[in-house]
Design a protein around this ligand. Structure first.
Ligand SMILES: C[S@@+](CC[C@H](N)C(=O)[O-])C[C@H]1O[C@@H](n2cnc3c(N)ncnc32)[C@H](O)[C@@H]1O
Length: 275
């Protein structure tokens, strides 16, 4: 271990113990990129120097915790996935009286609201049978999700994100650059805090969508998260992961691909993993 590695470990220990952020679950390279970006912003040299600053400066503690939690999301992220999800929702709606969906790691709500809009939009989906649970570990992002108000900025065009729906205007109240999701869209979604690493599995979901969380989680914790998610699925339930993510080998026998390239799978077997 170099002195630099030791200083990095001291910094992570402080963040975990004193600031309560579970650094050990996250990929070191990811954490290093985030810390380094804060060091550049604060003009600090070396991890020990940054630790000194952090211990004395509550605002920097908040800034670092914000930098660790990556909430990037959008409505209908990867639109081709949502085209396929439309037919998945139709199948579920035809097969079941009640259809329970879980958006796990839902960030500011745009993912579960996209599910809700899709259900309301499609005449072949009985939206009165749809229930969407949306969870995240981050309390602040969940408050934003419950508000359901999104703003176009120089880099984010909310109208463009909603464009996969022909007449998206019926699902939002627009005031210039501000888009407020309507009550009809909100009514299908309930938000709650849930930690996918330490929390218990849920049960009987017909579809779990858990995307773009694994990209920054340490390899050894991906499997327990996917196990939690998979155990939460009903028989023949669907699993959707991020387009750049992969299903661990140990879980593959329990799923058959519905659209392999789009990372949509159907559960064909119960999950029991012995490592
Ligand atoms: C990049 S966003 C993904 C949002 C959405 N699923 C998407 O693909 O657009 C990742 C989310 O994972 C959440 N997250 C991080 N660790 C988590 C954990 N242990 N349990 C639940 N959510 C977590 C973060 O707060 C963040 O909102």
């Amino acid at each position: 271990m170099t002195p630099d590695d030791e200083a990095f470990d001291r910094l992570l220990d402080y963040v975990e113990t004193d600031l309560g952020f579970a650094t050990s679950y996250y990929d070191d390279a990811y954490l290093d990129r985030r810390v380094s970006s804060r060091m550049r912003r604060t003009d600090t040299e070396g991890y020990d120097g940054y630790l000194d600053l952090l211990e004395d400066d509550e605002r920097e503690q908040e800034a670092l915790l914000d930098a660790f939690s990556v909430n990037v999301t959008s409505f209908f992220r990867n639109p081709e996935v949502w085209e396929q999800l439309r037919s998945v929702l139709r199948t579920l709606s035809a097969e079941r009286n009640r259809v329970r969906l879980w958006s796990a790691a839902c960030s500011d709500g745009r993912e579960p609201y996209s599910l809700s809009m899709l259900a309301l939009d499609d005449p072949e989906v009985d939206d009165s049978a749809i229930e969407i649970t949306a969870t995240d570990i981050d309390r602040e992002i969940l408050s934003a999700a419950r508000r359901g108000v999104y703003e176009s900025t120089r880099t984010t065009d909310i109208g463009e994100q909603l464009a996969p729906l022909d007449e998206y205007e019926q699902y939002v109240e627009r005031d210039g650059d501000r888009f407020a999701v309507t009550d009809a869209v909100k009514d299908l979604v309930s938000f709650e805090r849930h930690d996918l690493i330490n929390g218990d599995p849920k049960s009987n979901f017909d579809l779990v969508i858990c995307r773009n969380l694994f990209i920054y989680i340490d390899t050894e914790h991906k499997l327990p998260i996917l196990e939690t998610v998979s155990k939460s699925l009903s028989k023949d339930g669907y699993l959707v992961i991020g387009k750049t993510e992969t299903l661990p080998e140990l879980l593959k026998p329990a799923f058959e691909p519905v659209a392999r390239r789009l990372r949509i799978y159907r559960k064909i077997d119960s999950i029991s993993i012995q490592q």
